[in-house]
Design a binder for this molecule. Structure first.
Ligand SMILES: NC(=O)NCCC[C@H](N)C(=O)O
Length: 282
């Protein structure tokens, strides 16, 4: 998940978030659609400057404000894309946007997670090419994890489910990727108090070194201090304003670029990872 990012699916915040009702979407008081759109554009420039080709979903005002968080409605594998099934009811139409985009790009569809199964991309972490860890919580359920496992087993990929805590409650967003961001093949930024214990043990057994994110910054940002996007091993994009987490990554040998994201990420519970669906890393 930290190999050089070559191709990525994104959606501009310009139209999708324009008319969003912040109470309906569970966005914080800092949400500001026009500021969110310019912060998104600045982030997209960083992604492109890192060498990734950005594939844009249509910039349409279809009322799907969370669709800017393209990490969640689909998952990419070496055998094609998997169209997922959203746990957050307001996001249920989003996977069809991804499916249409993959068809347009000529990317094969490996399979679809179907109701009552739910799986969101933010709950999926590739520990290595043959192991997918999946967080079981409010967004991803056991039925969805079983469907994923059945789809991936024939390709020699093992799917392992790990229970997530409730944390800030049913309306809030907590994914497995909220508590871990890969930084390199053998390095990850974590907030260990919320890591499923068995997942923590798996990471250690696989020789992955853990950099601890600062606890106060994690709490002040509702976890967004930890949500960093690797564009290559040891090169990451993070939300500005969390110097202790940034320093911990730098100490571990990472180069960290930041962008202002109060109106987009902090307010809407999704960081740089969530704003991108990697299609190709190599
Ligand atoms: N992978 C992620 O952590 N995505 C963040 C999604 C935020 C969005 N507001 C949501 O609640 O689904």
């Amino acid at each position: 998940m930290a190999a050089p990012l070559k191709r990525v699916l994104m959606r501009s915040a310009r139209s999708a978030m324009r008319g969003a009702d912040r109470t309906k979407w569970h966005y914080g008081p800092g949400f500001d659609p026009s500021k969110a759109a310019s912060q998104h554009a600045a982030f997209a420039e960083l992604v492109a400057a890192a060498g990734a080709r950005v594939e844009w979903l249509d910039d349409r005002d279809d009322g799907l404000a969370d669709s800017v968080f393209t990490h969640d409605p689909s998952l990419m594998t070496g055998h094609g894309a998997i169209i997922l099934s959203m746990g957050k009811a307001l996001r249920r139409p989003e996977p069809s946007l991804h499916e249409a985009a993959y068809e347009r790009m000529g990317i094969p569809i490996l399979g679809r997670v179907e109701a009552p199964g739910t799986v969101e991309g933010g709950d999926c972490v590739w520990v290595d090419g043959g192991t997918l860890a999946v967080g079981r919580g409010l967004r991803t359920n056991e039925a969805g994890i079983r469907q994923l496992a059945d789809m991936l087993l024939p390709h020699g990929i093992e799917v392992l489910g790990f229970d997530l805590p409730l944390w800030h409650g049913e309306e809030a967003c907590l994914h497995l990727m909220s508590v871990i961001s890969p930084l390199a093949e053998d390095l990850a930024l974590v907030y260990s108090p919320l890591l499923p214990a068995a997942f923590y043990q798996l990471l250690k057994a696989r020789g992955i070194r853990l950099v601890e994110g600062d606890a106060d910054e994690f709490s002040a940002s509702s976890g967004l201090s930890l949500n960093v996007l690797p564009t290559a091993p040891h090169q990451v994009i993070a939300v500005a304003g969390f110097p202790r987490t940034k320093a911990a990554m730098e100490k571990a040998g990472c180069m960290v670029q930041t962008f202002e994201a109060d109106a987009l990420c902090i307010a809407c519970e999704g960081g740089p990872t969530c704003l991108t669906r990697p299609i190709l890393r190599q």
